[in-house]
Design a protein around this ligand. Structure first.
Ligand code: ATP
Ligand code: MG
Length: 432
């Protein structure tokens, strides 16, 4: 995800103002959330900024490009546009000018930069209707000699006569001059790069997501990451019935999702031994539910290897046969771990919109046969009875079958697709 192309001219500003929303409500824990945010910023921007310097103030983190007085380069500003939309916890950032807390300094910084900005703005906004502007002043420092509206008016009285092409629009100006009046200084900016909001990576525990090649599960992962959870991934395949391409597709999805967090691991489990036994010994209509119950058991075993505390699925109420309340309950009954379903009540169109926005939709839409379609029943049960499902499971040698699936479990690198046996899973405790 990256923000829309910017018309902004390059101006060597001296700081970046990072805004966070929800963390602001965190009372005593705020310090640790802010530290995670700083770590996330350092990680995401490290390549262009090296080791940035931070200054924290209520509701704001200021990031400086290096030693006192250093200015931002064009490359650093474009890396902000590239990386910030992927950084959970950030509501927006602005490259701009941190200047002393006086009206004279504000006038000097604005008039030094505004003419270049307005020229570029007028050139890239040829239609009269879109040439709207406003200065918006946030007066946190209640001792500042002028009120917010007085500062806005003072500038408007000079800006409008000088550029009569501009019209004032206080609600949604296309050109916004942001002025933050604080006791530590004034911040002036012309651009807001939106972040995804939510909470910073790593602040919300660690979970294992069941990632299929569909549209939903990658969005479920993203929603968890946006709440600060570090997400590892497990996928189920049925080699040799399902192709190798299914696994590279999962790695491609994991790679995109890892843009929003730090190195989620990928495990691939071969479900085929179990599926064959279910096909041969159980009632056809229960196959999907039986597969799913064992997926939960196997996922729990993988989670214990990775140290994950919960499972995540892309289940969505009523979307397909296995996703009725009754079936979800029957599936959940086999899981020793908490199952989180962040998309439970989402609309399919909303899921697709997010998938497009985060860059997983195109990958998900590549058609590759999924493990669940192997020996899929013609008409699956939509309201499976737990007693009947359990009676079907009794016909299986479940411990041996699950062990066999775990012996065929690998971890894969989402970067180069290299696969290694996940040996810890061979002996992982089985939830039976
Ligand atoms: P998706 O778009 O995520 O595939 P779906 O609408 O196809 O979802 P189902 O196939 O019923 O839904 O799967 C529900 C959830 O079960 C998925 O979102 C995913 O979390 C998990 N799941 C299904 N198949 C697999 C698989 N082969 N590997 C890993 N997880 C799976
Ligand atoms: Mg699916």
């Amino acid at each position: 995800m990256s923000s829309s192309p910017s018309w902004q001219p390059f101006l060597p500003c001296n700081a970046v103002c990072c805004r966070y929303s929800e963390i602001g409500t965190k009372g005593r824990n705020r310090g640790s959330f802010v530290r995670r945010l700083e770590e996330g910023l350092t990680r995401a921007l490290g390549r262009s900024f090296g080791q940035p310097r931070f200054e924290v103030e209520r509701g704001r983190i200021y990031l400086y490009p290096g030693a006192e007085g250093a200015l931002l380069t064009e490359g650093q500003i474009s890396s902000l546009r590239q990386e910030i939309p992927n950084l959970p916890g950030i509501s927006s950032v602005s490259p701009g000018w941190h200047c002393p807390r006086t009206l004279e300094a504000l006038e000097e910084y604005v008039w030094r930069t505004l003419p270049t900005v307005v020229e570029a703005f007028l050139e890239s906004h040829p239609a009269q209707g879109e040439r709207t502007y406003a200065m918006r002043v946030n007066r946190c420092d209640k001792s500042f000699p002028l009120l917010a509206a007085e500062v806005e008016k003072r500038f408007a009285e000079k800006v409008l006569p000088r550029w009569p092409q501009l019209t004032l629009d206080l609600k949604a100006p296309a050109l916004r001059i942001g002025v933050d009046l604080r006791s530590s200084g004034i911040f002036v900016d012309y651009e807001r790069i939106p972040g995804p909001g939510g909470l910073p990576a790593g602040s919300g525990g660690q979970a294992l997501a069941l990632l299929s090649g569909g549209i939903d599960s990658p969005v479920a992962c993203y929603e968890m990451i946006r709440r600060g959870t570090c997400v590892d991934f497990v996928t189920f395949h049925s080699a040799p019935y399902t192709p190798e391409a299914g696994l590279t597709k999962i790695c491609d999805l994991a790679r995109v999702l890892n843009h929003f967090q730090h190195r989620g691991r990928v495990a691939a489990v071969n479900l085929l031994p179990l599926q064959k036994a279910v096909r041969d010994r159980c009632e056809e209509k229960f196959r999907t539910v039986l597969y799913r119950r064992s997926m939960m058991r196997l996922a729990s075993a993988v989670a214990s290897c990775f140290g994950d505390e919960a499972l995540v699925t892309g289940e969505n109420l009523g979307q397909v046969a296995s996703q009725t309340l009754t079936n979800m309950r029957v599936i959940e009954e086999a899981s020793p771990m908490m199952i989180l379903r962040p998309l439970l009540v989402y609309d399919k169109l909303d899921i697709m919109r997010v998938a497009r926005q985060i860059g997983t939709l195109d990958i998900s839409q590549i058609p590759v046969p999924d493990s669940c379609t192997v020996f899929a029943p013609a008409s699956p049960a939509t309201g499976a009875s737990l007693a009947l499902v359990k009676a079907n499971e009794e016909r299986l040698e479940l411990p041996e079958l699950l062990r066999e699936c775990l012996r065929q479990t690998t971890t894969m690198s989402p970067v180069n697709y290299a696969a290694y046996p996940l040996e810890e899973a061979w002996e992982a405790p089985l939830p039976l």
